[in-house]
Design a protein around this ligand. Structure first.
Ligand SMILES: Nc1ncnc2c1ncn2[C@@H]1O[C@H](COP(=O)(O)OP(=O)(O)O)[C@@H](O)[C@H]1O
Ligand SMILES: [Mg+2]
Length: 320
């Protein structure tokens, strides 16, 4: 029986149930997997970089990553950060695929990818050689001389899981441990969020995104963990795990009529344009779910919409 030592019980049980439903739905359709992967890549990159101070918006991040465009008025560094982060995600996806063990080298490689090509960060994939302070934190991270040993302890903790924690707890605590050590000059937060997801993804969880809008809360929770109270941070991570499980489950609803389809696809099942459906989705008239920039709906929702709003003629046009 899988149990949790830290996470709120009700939340934990809900998560297990949702994870179970996701596992039962495997293998997921290739089209859905691809779509979710693309959306998560942008969502995770945008949020993780925004927390770090990158000013690219969600849409700008998408344009840089998917279309290789440059955004006027934004620094080269911000563009690099977007591309680098996606490369780091792709790197860990490969590790997950190949079921590779996490080593010190793994973390150094992730960090190196994150700060690639960025001026002013001389210590790519290397530990810092100076003292560092975390704004707002109540402690000073360990001195450079201790970093190697602390990191090896962390890797050991990650691989051996001595407290027999559930993977969500292990992932959250490993995240906190890494930012507490703060082994790098910069990029500690992004590396920690990637390590956290590497652990989660290895156990079949969807990537979990800490949202930029939650930044203050995230920092407060980390601060509490610094004081030895890690439960609020672990619960915070668990709630985000649940959020992304929900997103995945919604996207893969197994009943055919409940399977998410794009609005473009939905136009084939009714007599409305994509623009009109999008308007109705935004107005809440058509049940739809926004993933990244795009709205998704279901055949069932289109049917329900037609029943309520369409004229007799339009209703007749419902195409299976
Ligand atoms: N009180 C705190 N205790 C531990 N870590 C913290 C605290 N406050 C912030 N952090 C972490 O430090 C990160 C910022 O460090 P930094 O090296 O600049 O990483 P990045 O450049 O990836 O944001 C934050 O994203 C957060 O994860
Ligand atoms: Mg930073």
């Amino acid at each position: 029986m899988v149990s949790s030592k830290i996470i709120d019980r009700e939340l934990f049980e809900r998560i297990l149930e949702k994870k179970n439903s996701l596992d039962k739905a495997r293998p997921l359709s290739a089209e859905i997997v691809q779509k979710l992967r693309q959306e998560m890549e942008i969502e995770w990159t945008y949020n993780s970089n925004a927390i770090e101070g990158n000013s690219l918006s969600y849409e700008e991040t998408r344009r840089v990553v998917e279309r290789g465009l440059t955004i006027g008025g934004k620094s080269l560094r911000e563009h690099f950060e977007a591309i680098n982060h996606v490369n780091a995600i792709r790197f860990i996806e490969k590790l997950v695929e190949k079921k590779q063990k996490i080593t010190e080298q793994t973390i150094l490689e992730i960090h190196s990818l994150i700060v690639k090509g960025i001026d002013g960060v001389r210590e790519k994939g290397q530990y810092r050689s100076g003292t560092v302070f975390i704004g707002g934190a109540v402690f000073t991270p360990p001195p450079p001389i201790e970093l190697k040993a602390r990191m090896l302890d962390l890797i050991d903790f990650v691989n051996k899981n001595p407290d027999k924690l559930h993977v969500i707890e292990l992932a959250a605590i490993s995240h906190h441990k890494l930012v507490w050590i703060h082994p790098f000059v910069d990029g500690n937060g992004r590396t920690a969020r990637i390590l956290m997801n590497l652990l989660l993804m290895k156990k079949g969880f969807p990537p979990t995104v800490i949202l930029n809008v939650d930044r203050q809360k995230y920092y407060r929770r980390l601060k509490e963990a610094d004081r030895g109270k890690s439960k609020p941070f672990v619960d915070f991570v668990a709630r985000n795990v649940e959020r992304n499980l929900d997103l995945y489950l919604k996207a893969i609803k197994t009943g055919k009529d409940e399977q998410y389809i794009s609005l473009q696809e939905a136009t084939r099942h009714c007599d409305y344009s994509q623009e009109y459906l999008s308007l109705q989705a935004r107005n809440g008239k058509l049940e739809a779910h926004k993933l990244g920039r795009n709205w998704f709906t279901t055949k069932k929702a289109i049917q329900a919409y037609l029943k309520k709003h369409a004229t007799k003629n339009q209703k007749l046009k419902f195409i299976q």
